[in-house]
Design a protein around this ligand. Structure first.
Ligand code: RB5
Length: 147
């Protein structure tokens, strides 16, 4: 079972609640970092809250939801050590764990239906990183040689 930090903005509020319930029903530990109401709010604030916690707690995951998932993924990937993946299908959700060791899943409530979103979340949390050549490539994120 996974420790999962969650956050959203107003546009991801409904899907975040649905995912949190689903994860708790399936035995995961969910720490929901808000917001507490669907009032308009700023997604980078919640991306920061979740990313700081994921970086503090080795082995934990983050799930961030906004309208498109794009803003959340941009904000989250500014934190070194965060590998945030914006996914729209189950293939991406599985592959980003296998190949990118993604530790944050970003979803767009205005893009992705609830059934697909829950399927992606389950795959994301249950799929292991494959390591090997993929670890070498991840290591290059922070040490990229200039071409
Ligand atoms: C909010 O209207 C929307 O801009 C936000 O949820 C997100 O999609 C940004 O990338």
């Amino acid at each position: 079972m996974a420790l999962v930090y969650m956050g959203s903005d107003h546009a991801g509020f409904g899907l975040r609640g649905l995912i949190a319930r689903h994860l708790r029903e399936n035995g995961h530990e969910v720490r929901d970092l808000g917001p507490d109401s669907p009032e308009s709010c700023d997604y980078p604030v919640f991306a920061r809250k979740v990313c700081e916690k994921v970086l503090e707690d080795a082995g934990s995951f983050g799930i961030l939801v906004c309208g498109t998932g794009v803003g959340m993924s941009m904000a989250a990937n500014r934190f070194p050590g965060i590998r945030a993946a914006l996914c729209a299908c189950e293939f991406q959700a599985r592959a980003t764990r296998q190949h990118n060791d993604a530790n944050v899943l970003c979803l767009g409530e205005r893009v992705t239906g609830p059934g697909v979103a829950l399927g992606m979340v389950d795959l994301f949390l249950s799929t292991p990183f494959e390591g090997g050549r993929h670890q070498r490539r991840i290591d290059l994120f922070d040490a990229a040689p200039r071409a």
